[in-house]
Design a protein around this ligand. Structure first.
Ligand code: BGC
Length: 922
């Protein structure tokens, strides 16, 4: 009956969606998620996109209605919220303003927009449900087993088997809706009647469990049946039970043995409700097939120990133990609002080669993070061992020296019952190569599949140029980023580290946002950072602080501010700034009171981390001429943040703070120039590119001296370094864009297209399919030499999209409401094709130089505007769609600016042509 209703509703809706003149309004999102379940936001925000062929499509007004059932929504009965007709062009993150939302609400919503081309129909419906919003909604108890078993070993290389939980329940009435809320720590897999619930893996996202615990919500109406049902879960260790860190200095504690909280709420058609909770009546065993699971060391699965039917009704669990009611890990239980991890891609090996008797090496053709799914047939008790590495030694064996003490070994013991298929569920590895031993018979490539695991966030950017090195670097960046999205951004997926280091993302998060919709992941991470802040105000370098590094510096904790700024700039999301403003201010005040001496910030920790060193085996340079004074870095960043806080104060309505930040900033600028600037030479400190570029990028250079300082940067790169990069994690964050701003996109292009040391192209030429931790990653000491680290990308991706392709959000009309399109046409490229899924919809740009002409096609999404810079002296040199640009529909002339005709266009497709395009060189 219910299905029938949905079908009728669907047909009705499809008929209804015939839109005005082909204008469609779709891609409806709540909190930037599609039909999310179990959200715990009091004022959710709604986003939609307006598409159509017409040029200059603008929203004039909107109306949102929300109803408690689909039927009501279709009848336009808005019993939850009716915004009324709101005259506004806002179509991104429109805030809910209805009655107070309570727990467990089912909400169906749609929107109607009025554009400058007329009134549209209501959209198709979208939905969201609320989760458990109050602590008192949780009736469930934490259950677990606070002990290890004889086969476990709780030491540095901890081996702890997975814990299997089960409970049977009976339902005899007709079910209207059933919802399960679960947090299983460190990681869980949930089953109802033998079926896995959801396609998430490695859930929930990691947090400091003493502060925040994330739960997931699933609609399981279809999974329950009348009569007996089995609810079952298996728990892995994840970041909850990890002993490794106890054995290192400065490391955080582990959280104890795995535990879970689960609440299943069944609403019957007769209006009654039943709650099934984790409690003392559940049974548990740790004597199942997953014998050990450890993020660094691997998973061992013994199929001879499988508990047949354990997650179905009728299983005999008399031998199982009673669970213990255990203590909560302490954190506030909240809904996970960022996307879960999933198997996002599946790749086949490109080769399999024997290296010695019974030992084979699989090559996945790509450095990746995830696991191997394997098919195998053999005798009961046969053991197949898989070991993982990013590269090979010259003799064809795995190169594992750079994994430190991570054992990265999965072992599968066969049950010997025909074809067996297996992959681990509680670990992941960072690898390109897999060593296979113990495989019965001869393994073939078809027996293995690489399952690539990362957060379920869509790729939203594409970029191709006429330069293959740049294309390869872009691909390597894409793989490097997805490898390191694990419910938090980690530094690397392979060695015994895998930690969410802040400094790696200070600028990285912004560049990544062009390739992946990382808005929810980073909003979540800001909460992790907030959780890690101490009462005095200090923020660590790793958050969640699984490693305990409160070293105090500007550049790593500063990610807290730069990422909030990125979410505002790229997605138009103010909320992170508003939410975290007080904590950011507290951190800056803490640093000021502890380390600011005569307006110089005296404390730094990592300097310009990982500059190209003078000798091939070095990790860090010892050459003082390559090293930037840490106080230069710290003070410049402090100044940058004082200015950023003025902007944040305005956005968050804390305008009373602005004067104090501004006054400090003025004094810091003065002190900085006094101490570090040599005006005769136009150089800062010891004249490193980093010292000079920070001063330029942060606007610290005295008026009129910019060009002088810039010349030192250009000379250093072109003369002293013969066209090569000399910056580390810090300087590289500004380099490409500021070279371009100062009209030397040609130098930026040189750095981006180099394939000699040091360069990103050098990595690729030496076999990298991701980005290395070190510029000299092929020769450096393996102690700190990951082959899958994204921190050296600096601002390269931002430069590719903003400056090569011309996809740049305006700083005031943020989130790509206004797009500044000003590609560097002068660089040595014949063409650039790029696209980007902005909050408003797809932005496309394709430019090509041919036969002395420039052709440039762009697409601007509905309800957005683009300001377009075309290299020509006058309007008459520019055509659009074959016609004089002045007579082209929807194109407005703005100004002539420094060799560019500047035009403003609304949504639509445009093709510009400059017949006599002579811009060359810079
Ligand atoms: C990590 C880096 C991190 C750095 C800071 C390294 O071990 O891999 O990514 O930012 O330490 O100390």
């Amino acid at each position: 009956m219910k299905n029938f209703f949905y079908i009728v509703a669907f047909l009705f809706v499809s008929m209804q969606s015939l839109a005005l003149d082909g204008i469609t309004v779709d891609n409806l999102k709540c909190e930037m998620l599609v039909n999310p379940k179990g959200i715990d936001v009091k004022k959710p925000r709604f986003t939609w996109q307006i598409n159509g062929q017409q040029r200059g499509l603008k929203q004039m007004a909107y109306q949102i209605i929300i109803a408690s059932s689909l039927r009501k929504l279709l009848n336009n009965e808005s019993d939850i919220w009716n915004s009324g007709k709101v005259y506004s062009d806002q179509s991104v993150l429109v805030e809910y303003n209805g009655k107070i939302l309570t727990s467990r609400e089912e909400c169906f919503w749609k929107v109607k927009v009025w554009t400058n081309k007329g009134e549209n129909d209501w959209t198709q419906p979208a939905s969201f449900t609320t989760g458990l919003l109050k602590v008192s909604d949780w009736k469930a108890k934490w259950i677990g087993l606070d002990k290890a078993f004889s086969w476990d070993s709780v030491n540095q290389f901890a081996r702890l088997s997975a814990r299997y939980f089960r409970k049977e329940i009976s339902t005899n009435k007709n079910i209207k809706r059933a919802t399960v809320y679960i947090s299983g720590l460190g990681l869980y897999e949930l089953f109802i009647n033998g079926q896995k619930i959801g396609d998430q893996v490695l859930a929930p996202a990691p947090t400091d469990y003493g502060k925040t615990i994330l739960y997931n919500t699933f609609d399981v109406t279809q999974n329950l049946k009348s009569g007996k049902n089995a609810i079952a879960a298996v728990l892995g260790n994840g970041r909850f039970f990890t002993m490794r860190q106890n054995y290192k200095p400065q490391k955080w504690h582990n959280f104890g043995f795995p535990k879970m909280i689960l609440q299943l709420e069944v609403h019957y058609t007769d209006g009654t409700k039943q709650i099934i909770s984790s409690d003392a009546t559940w049974k548990v065993t740790a004597d199942g097939p997953i014998r050990t699971n450890n993020e660094y060391d691997g998973e061992e699965y013994d199929a001879t120990k499988e508990l047949n039917g354990w997650n179905e009704a009728g299983f005999d669990d008399r031998q199982w133990l009673n669970v213990q009611l255990v203590k909560s890990p302490g954190g506030i239980v909240k809904a996970q609002m960022n996307e879960p991890m999933k198997v996002m891609q599946r790749i086949r090996p490109v080769s399999i080669k024997p290296v010695s008797s019974g030992k084979y090496i699989l090559d996945m053709g790509q450095n990746m993070a995830g696991w191997i799914k394997m098919k195998v047939q053999g005798r009961k008790g046969d053991k197949v061992k898989l070991r993982f590495a990013e590269s090979l030694q010259p003799n064809g064996e795995l190169y594992t020296a750079n994994l430190r003490d991570a054992r990265v070994t999965d072992i599968y013991t066969l049950k010997g019952e025909g074809k067996e298929t297996w992959h681990p569920v509680f670990v992941y590895h960072g690898f390109r190569y897999v060593e296979v031993t113990g495989y019965p018979g001869t393994p073939s490539m078809n027996d293995f599949e690489g399952q690539v695991v990362y957060d379920d966030i869509p790729g939203i950017g594409s970029l191709q140029t006429s330069n293959e090195i740049i294309n390869q670097i872009h691909r390597n960046a894409y793989w490097g980023i997805n490898s390191n999205y694990k419910g938090m951004p980690i530094d690397c997926p392979q060695r015994n580290e895998r930690q969410p280091w802040l400094g790696d993302r200070t600028m990285g998060a912004y560049g990544e946002s062009f390739l992946f919709d990382n808005s929810k992941l980073y909003a979540k991470w800001l909460r992790d950072i907030h959780d890690a802040q101490r009462a005095e105000g200090n923020i660590p370098d790793v958050a969640p602080n699984f490693w305990y590094y409160y070293k105090d510096n500007m550049t790593w904790p500063g990610a807290y501010l730069t990422i909030a700024n990125m979410l505002y700039q790229q997605y138009g999301d103010k909320r992170p700034i508003v939410t975290h403003y007080a904590s950011m201010k507290k951190w800056l005040n803490y640093m000021k009171s502890k380390y600011l001496k005569d307006y110089i910030m005296t404390k730094d920790s990592y300097g310009d981390w990982c500059v190209p060193p003078e000798a091939p085996e070095l990790i860090h340079s010892k050459d003082s001429s390559r090293i930037t004074d840490p106080k230069v870095i710290a003070t410049a960043y402090y100044y940058y943040f004082l200015n950023m806080m003025q902007k944040f104060a305005t956005i968050s309505n804390n305008t009373g703070d602005i004067n104090a930040f501004a006054a400090d900033a003025a004094k810091v600028k003065q002190a900085f120039n006094k101490k570090f600037y040599n005006s005769a030479k136009g150089q800062y400190s010891n004249n490193t590119v980093t010292a000079n570029i920070l001063a330029l990028a942060f606007n610290l250079v005295p008026d009129g001296d910019d060009e002088k300082v810039f010349k030192n940067i250009a000379d250093k790169i072109l003369i002293e370094n013969r066209g090569h990069i000399s910056t580390g994690v810090i300087g590289t964050q500004w380099l490409m864009r500021w070279l371009t701003k100062y009209n030397r996109a040609d130098i930026a292009f040189k750095l981006a297209s180099n394939d000699t040391y040091p360069s990103w192209g050098y990595m690729a030429k030496n076999g990298a399919t991701t980005i290395w931790e070190l510029w000299n990653g092929n020769t450096a000491d393996p102690k700190m030499n990951s082959q899958n680290h994204v921190m050296l990308l600096g601002d390269l991706l931002i430069w590719m999209y903003e400056d090569l392709a011309g996809i740049h959000s305006d700083a005031k009309q943020v989130g790509f409401k206004t797009i500044m399109m000003k590609p560097s046409f002068g660089v040595d490229l014949n063409y650039v094709n790029a696209s980007y899924q902005s909050p408003y919809g797809a932005i496309k740009t394709q430019w090509k130089k041919e036969n002395g002409q420039l052709n440039w096609n762009i697409s601007v999404p509905g309800n957005a505007t683009a300001v377009v810079y075309i290299p020509a002296k006058e309007n008459i040199e520019v055509k659009e769609g074959g016609k004089a640009v002045t007579s082209s529909e929807g194109v407005k002339f703005v100004k002539i600016d420094n060799g560019n005709v500047v035009l403003e266009v609304g949504s639509g497709d445009y093709s510009f042509n400059v017949a006599d395009f002579r811009l060359t060189g810079k």
